[in-house]
Design a protein around this ligand. Sequence first.
Ligand SMILES: [Zn+2]
Length: 422
Amino acid sequence: MVGEKGKVYLIDVTNRDGVQTARLGLSKLSKTMINLYLNEMGIYQSEFGFPTTRHEANYLRANLKLQELGVLQPIRLGGWIRATAEDVTRAFYLVPEIKDFNLSISTSQQMIEGKFQGKKSKEDVLVMATEAIDAAKEHGARSVGINAEDASRSDLDFLVEFGLAAKEHGADRLRYCDTLGYDSMQTIYDTCKELAQKVGIPIELHCHNDLGMAAANSVAGAMGVMDGGQDAYINTTINGIGERAGNADLVAVVLALQKAKGVAGEYEFGVPIKLNMAWKICRYASYAFDVPIPINQPGVGANAFAHSSGIHADGVLKDPQNYELYEYEELGRGEPEIVETGREICSGEYSGISGFGHVMGQHEVKFATREEAERVLELARYANVLAQKPLVTDELLFIAKYPDITQQLLTLAPLADIQPVG
Ligand SMILES: [Zn+2]
């Protein structure tokens, strides 16, 4: 397809980069809710976790079950692991149903010397990466992305060599990681265009925000990839939560692709994105992470559509387009919200059947038997133990609808052996 423009897709990495961030984390139920919302929003893939980590196994398998049931469709659920054949084998041992992967290895001289401490050469990196891809394909992986960690500080000729070797072994995408947020718009555009042309497979953009340019660099890099004739896959996180200064913010990236001068209308989404999910997913992630949304956050911040100065208020009242680039309704804002200011019954880890029945009754959930109600209550208690805050309505409804899956994803079995399915 060289010569034609590629399309852009989104791969959200909140459930991987977001949760590995210092001081932050999510319960397994919260990670599941995020996968459900991302699916509803039209995100191509959720990097849903770490298949070589034991405490992730039940959650990952429960989410793959939801996929099998058609609940988590059409989103793809990708696991992130190191690019070694051993990690691939371990991932399939702990999570036999997994189908999609990203395999990660460092490609910069800094990291090859600084992390491997002289024990590995560039040649070793190529061997490890290709062996890992072979192992994933042999185990029946549907898609494999190969990640060049620290790509922005890597030698471009080596990146091309790395990408071509990965392609030859069947890799579906090359992830260009601006691991330290070092790139700028022109450099990432040029590099990624060249990579798309010379390697000839779709390229992922994984940008960090250390210089405040993660969303801008992601879009610029994706434009380079698409102009280079390949599909681009932008890695995002909800509210930009990620290592250090964070990743490319999901909503900012979508807004830039849909609204920015020179971008909007010039490039096509591979899957249409429902921007009107923005308000819901950002508010949920903020609650789940316990991180407030900044007042000036694009699209979803409290001030994103607020005007007070005389000239602006007057202008926006005459015609919103005077001072607003897009409308709040497009982001799913503007619906009235009911905030309880009087008596409230919340779910908790010590909730009883009467309070629980009251909470569920408010959401018009009825149980066939008392046993069924008690089982769902018990699951809600466990979910509360893990969340350490009241569950939101969607979480309670999910538990009531999928008790077996909830039981699986809430089950942590420390130090116990987890057997693969026969
Ligand atoms: Zn990252």
